[in-house]
Design a protein around this ligand. Structure first.
Ligand code: LLP
Length: 402
């Protein structure tokens, strides 16, 4: 990846995505489930650029969406409606109605109250809604508390007993068709045992439902496969597949996965330029043109991202310091206590790695900073897949009220 060339051509800050990496990750995971019916429903929330979704759609992926906006993005990018899932704890009536009208694979229901809304809306539309129920298996995924979702203390899904009740209710309703079951215990998972345990619990529930003549066709294991940000030992697709498959004996189900981070994180780079450097006492700061509004993960989760410096200096000497942005918040940093080259100049590049998931999508216009451009690298060529937001774009929805 020629960061210097890209920065010169498109300016900084920017996001750069290696589409070859995206494809490699997709194929590895798909291959691991060879011989079973499986669907990779890309978790659009990780990186919802239309060209990124299209890349996965072209490879045969479906889409896991958490708002009607994401559903519409997926359709626009070429994902087939019968490969789209709509999840989320708080769907509005209009979102449910539109999802039903669009004929997606199923709505993933997260509470009894929501199930009743879906039923009422389907009844009004005189149709039968395909649904799955998100079951919370109450398993500690051993990950960051902000991205852990599989414990009862989290807001997601329903417990197993409630799930049974809701499946029976749906089975008896002329407007609900329970075709799937879903769980997702957390994100950035690096341990296999919680995944296996959760899968086991849910598979047993499927067996129980079979006895009641409720035939679950889609076994949705959610997303969450972790990636290497620094020195994590990550789960290999083959082991992941084996862990899940080992729990499914005797069940004829299509396995659905919803990976986001695994597919895109390590194919993405956030490229910024050095503006200034300063010291407050003994503390060294490198001020760059990229900030927390562009890449929020370090500020929000204290997340570690590897940072690469591209300088003209021949010296390899470094000293510790923080890499910070121009936003008026002390929490605005991309990296803390990092080894930074001693000789670094205005215009040198600072490249944040593993930024292809939950990077651009979590960016904002805070401090009236336009969102940055996104560039794809594919088949040896670079191309813009989202323009940099200019000032006019930034104020477009306000000017008519002046
Ligand atoms: N499926 C469901 C139901 C989810 O809630 C999520 C992520 C995924 C799939 C995709 O998870 P992945 O494979 O990407 O781990 N902003 C946070 C991550 C939030 C994840 C929310 N749910 C971050 O930057 O780490």
């Amino acid at each position: 990846m020629d960061f210097t060339k890209v920065a010169q051509k498109y300016g900084t800050p920017l996001y750069l995505y290696d589409f070859g990496h995206f494809e490699k990750q997709y194929r590895k995971l798909k291959e691991a489930f060879r011989g079973r019916k499986s669907l990779i429903a890309y978790a659009v929330k990780a990186n919802s650029n239309l060209s990124v979704i299209k890349k996965f759609a072209d490879l045969g992926a479906g889409a896991d969406c958490v708002s009607i906006g994401e559903v519409k993005r997926a359709l626009r990018a070429g994902v087939k409606n019968y490969n789209i899932i709509f999840s989320g704890v708080g769907k509005r009536d209009d979102e449910i109605e539109e999802a039903l009208r669009l004929g997606i694979l199923f709505i993933n229901v997260e509470s009894e109250a929501e199930l009743k809304r879906v039923e009422t809306i389907a009844k009004d539309m005189e149709i039968e809604a395909r649904i799955s129920i998100r079951v919370n298996p109450n398993i500690d995924p051993q990950t960051h508390p902000y991205i852990s979702t599989g414990l009862h203390q989290n807001k997601f899904g329903v417990d197993i007993e409630t799930a049974k009740k809701l499946y029976i209710y749906s089975h008896n309703s002329p407007h609900l068709n329970p075709v799937g079951i879903h769980f997702h215990i957390g994100s950035q998972l690096t341990q296999l045992s919680p995944i296996r345990e959760a899968s086991e619990k849910i598979a047993n529930l499927v067996r129980h439902l079979q006895v009641l003549d409720i035939d679950i066709k889609f076994f949705d294991v959610g997303g969450g496969i972790g990636i290497q940000y620094s020195d994590e030992v990550v789960i290999e697709p083959y082991d992941y597949a084996q862990a899940i498959l080992s729990t499914l004996s005797g069940l004829d189900v299509t396995i659905i996965m919803e990976p986001g981070r695994y597919l895109t994180a390590n194919g993405g780079y956030f490229v910024s330029s050095v503006l200034y450097e300063k010291s407050n006492g003994d503390k060294r700061f490198l001020i760059v043109d990229g900030a927390m509004n562009d890449l929020l993960r370090p500020s929000l989760y204290n997340a570690y991202h590897k940072i690469e410096f591209i300088t003209n200096s021949t010296s390899s000497e470094t000293s510790k310091g923080d890499i910070v942005g121009p936003v008026c918040e002390s929490g605005d940093f991309l990296g803390k206590d990092r080894e930074i080259p001693k000789e670094i100049e205005h215009g040198d590049l600072v490249v944040v790695h593993s930024a292809g998931a939950y990077g651009f999508v979590m960016s904002s216009n805070y401090n009236s900073r336009g969102r940055v451009c996104e560039i794809a690298f594919e088949n040896g060529e670079y191309r813009v897949i989202r323009e940099r937001e200019d000032f006019e774009k930034l104020i477009e929805l306000e000017t008519k009220f002046l």
